[in-house]
Design a protein around this ligand. Structure first.
Ligand code: TXA
Ligand code: MG
Length: 317
């Protein structure tokens, strides 16, 4: 089975000319926003230390200002300039970075981050992406890059360059086309607590993989809004969504899985990794289909199925 946490170099997407990487980095250094591929979904990047550049992200997405951004760094060293990295966070970074794992950690007092990145929280979400294009741009940029998914706030996340243009249009001056993304679901977000850890957003890296290193999840009661972006309604495809459908009813576009065959299938062989990589493409297709409603086949909840079902519940809300 394919492993969502370990990129296959053959899957890296089309080769991007060095001049394109250089242009993207130069625009970012200048305070512009640029859409870039990562191994999860496309991100809308800006330098994280520039308040005006960060404001451009919020404006282009129509994102509420209370929803903080993930900061992308090359490696653990890059993260240590921004946050306090304790023993448990270091273990996870060593094992899973670069890759689809975001860690929420206490912010350093003397951090260069624009305040809007944190949206008032005492923590910062940091991630080291595995995609070669994102890494090449990060290596050239003067600052770490804040990057939410490159879609209008509340919409379906983009897994190819066309989705980005569809959703953001003229709001993004440059989209670097790295082909379809591999994991297809946003990174797993884990908060490291004084004691234990909590899953803030299920993703390609499963809770079991985290628990294997840190022990079982321990949900300490949180103060305030802990994962402000995790609103119940999200990933909205713009049409009503019916879950656990075994057949399409009249007027429904059916997204299939396994033996439930639909107008578009997430994975005919019932492979959850493949299904995760195709989920947002399926929702984009359903949005553009003539049918007025969307139905989705049942998806098992094990492994990456937890993340797929999380996104589907929000899409259906
Ligand atoms: O895979 C991904 O994570 C992609 C790619 C582009 O890296 N990014 C992404 O960003 O999904 P976004 O903004 O769509 O989702 C980030 C989530 C939001 O739900 C936000 O509320 C949460 O991370 N977040 C950011 N900073 C946080 C913090 N300090 N504490 C808790 N949640 C935080
Ligand atoms: Mg998003």
């Amino acid at each position: 089975m394919k492993d969502a946490t370990h990129p296959d170099p053959q899957d890296a997407g089309p080769a991007i000319p060095d001049a394109v990487i250089a242009e993207a980095a130069a625009r970012l250094d200048n305070g512009e926003i640029v859409a870039l591929p990562t191994e999860t979904v496309y991100g809308l990047a800006a330098r994280a230390d520039d308040a005006e550049a960060v404001a451009r992200i919020y404006a282009a997405k129509g994102r509420p200002s209370f929803n903080p951004l993930i900061v992308h760094v090359l490696d653990q060293e890059g993260a240590r300039r921004l946050v306090h990295v304790g023993h448990r966070a270091a273990l996870l970074m060593k094992r899973f970075w670069p890759g689809p794992l975001t860690l929420v950690l206490p912010a350093r007092d003397a951090s260069p981050l624009a305040p809007a990145v944190r949206a008032g929280l005492p923590t910062v979400a940091v991630r080291s992406p595995a995609h070669p294009v994102m890494r090449a741009v990060l290596a050239r940029c003067a600052a770490p890059l804040a990057a939410p998914s490159a879609n209008r706030s509340g919409g379906v996340s983009p897994t190819c360059a066309a989705h980005v243009r569809d959703s953001l249009g003229e709001n993004v001056p440059m989209v670097v086309d790295g082909g379809p993304t591999r994991a297809g679901l946003e990174s797993t977000i884990v908060a490291i607590r004084d004691q234990g850890w909590s899953m803030l957003r299920p993703g390609p890296l499963t809770g079991d993989a985290i628990a294997a290193l840190l022990g079982p999840e321990r949900n300490e009661s949180c103060t305030g809004i802990e994962a402000p972006g995790q609103l119940s309604s999200h990933y909205a495809p713009g049409k009503p969504v019916r879950l656990n459908a075994l057949h399409a009813e009249a007027g429904e576009f059916l997204i299939g899985f396994g033996t439930v065959r639909g107008d578009f299938d997430l994975s005919e062989k019932g492979d959850l990794v493949e299904a995760g990589s195709r989920l947002y493409d399926a929702l984009h297709r359903a949005t553009h289909a003539p049918e007025e409603r969307i139905a989705v086949a049942p998806i098992p909840s094990g492994g990456i199925g937890a993340a797929i079902n999380d996104r589907l519940r929000r899409a259906a809300f």
